[in-house]
Ligand binder design. Structure first.
Ligand SMILES: Nc1ncnc2c1ncn2[C@@H]1O[C@H](COP(=O)(O)OP(=O)(O)OP(=O)(O)O)[C@@H](O)[C@H]1O
Ligand SMILES: CC(C)(CO)[C@@H](O)C(=O)[O-]
Ligand code: BAL
Length: 283
């Protein structure tokens, strides 16, 4: 039988619950999310359960990481089914603050990531994004005081930015990356996939196919520029508008010119109609 998680909606309630866990010597893993949970999120929860004795999932659609032109208002909110999924996974606690609990009147402090993790990928197209993410994730860490925090590799640059922040600010949290969960046809699961029309949903897996094709060619010894141009061509031909389709060093996210430059990662962001999708794979 699944048990409903404890739900905290204010900082004092959360703090008391975390203090209780700490008194009982629990180890805590945090899974930060914006809700609209799918099997990708569930895989993060399962990894969290393997790492710690207690799992806290945060559900907060963070306004500061959305530009005014983006989809904050339309972002899917599926509270009931989210809680049912978390209960089925035996999650201990859900941290679900309102905007006024996270950013009370007079809030005036931000975390501004800089350095190599701002690699000219997501930060180039969503300049407001990582400042909003770092600020809210910094707050989630100080609120929940987890030993571990689990982030998906689907948001690969975000994983790098958060890892750097946790190290730079001595937050005492071990950041763990978790592999991308895909639909059967290769499309990375994402809360935003619900925006796709049935026709767009058929086209969407092209992103994954194009990355696989470019990776195959790089491994076969083709020049990087030509292998990447091939993949970009497939994406454009399917009807996407590309933001970027790049191969980078998998750890530093720095530029690479040859396969020998280190472990490589292909990263893509592209728009299909009004939906923006991102994805990445190892070469
Ligand atoms: N397919 C997936 N596999 C593994 N982890 C994922 C997947 N999709 C999202 N995550 C991770 O879940 C966490 C919460 O992400 P979020 O709630 O934004 O979901 P999302 O599906 O990425 O939504 P969006 O469509 O807004 O990008 C992040 O660490 C993210 O990387
Ligand atoms: C990490 C995060 C929960 C911060 O709002 C968000 O960017 C996400 O869901 O990936
Ligand atoms: N999945 C990352 C959160 C965002 O795109 O806003």
């Amino acid at each position: 039988m699944s048990r409903s998680p404890l739900i905290a909606r204010t900082v004092p309630t959360l703090r008391r619950a975390i203090d209780n866990l700490r008194k009982r010597k629990a180890t805590i893993a945090l899974v930060p999310t914006m809700g609209a949970l799918h099997d990708g999120h569930v895989s993060l929860v399962r990894l969290a359960k393997r790492r710690a004795s207690r799992v806290v999932v945060s559900i907060f659609v963070n306004p500061t990481q959305f530009a005014p032109t983006e989809d904050f208002g339309a972002y899917p909110r599926t509270w009931k089914s989210d809680i049912a999924k978390l209960a089925a996974e035996d999650v201990d606690m859900v941290w679900h603050p309102g905007v006024e609990a996270m950013y009370p009147e007079g809030f005036a402090t931000r975390i501004a990531p800089e350095g190599p993790a701002l690699a000219g990928l997501e930060d180039r197209f969503r300049p407001h994004f990582f400042g909003g993410v770092a600020t809210v994730v910094g707050k989630l860490f100080t609120q929940c005081r987890p030993d571990f925090a689990i982030f998906g590799e689907k948001d690969f640059q975000q994983l790098r930015v958060v890892t750097q922040m946790a190290r730079d600010l001595d937050l005492g949290v071990k950041i763990i990356g978790s592999r991308t969960v895909r639909e059967r046809d290769g499309l990375a699961m994402s809360s935003r996939n619900v925006y796709l029309s049935p026709e767009e949903r058929q086209i969407a897996p092209t992103l994954y196919r194009a990355m696989k094709e470019s990776a195959r060619r790089i491994k076969a010894g083709d020049a990087i520029a030509s292998a990447m141009a091939g993949g970009a061509g497939l994406i454009a031909a399917a009807g996407f508008t590309l933001d970027y389709f790049e191969v980078r060093h998998a750890e530093t996210l720095g530029p690479v010119t040859s396969r020998k430059d280190g472990p490589l990662r292909i990263l893509v962001a592209a728009r299909l109609g009004s939906t923006r999708l991102i994805d990445n794979i190892a070469v």
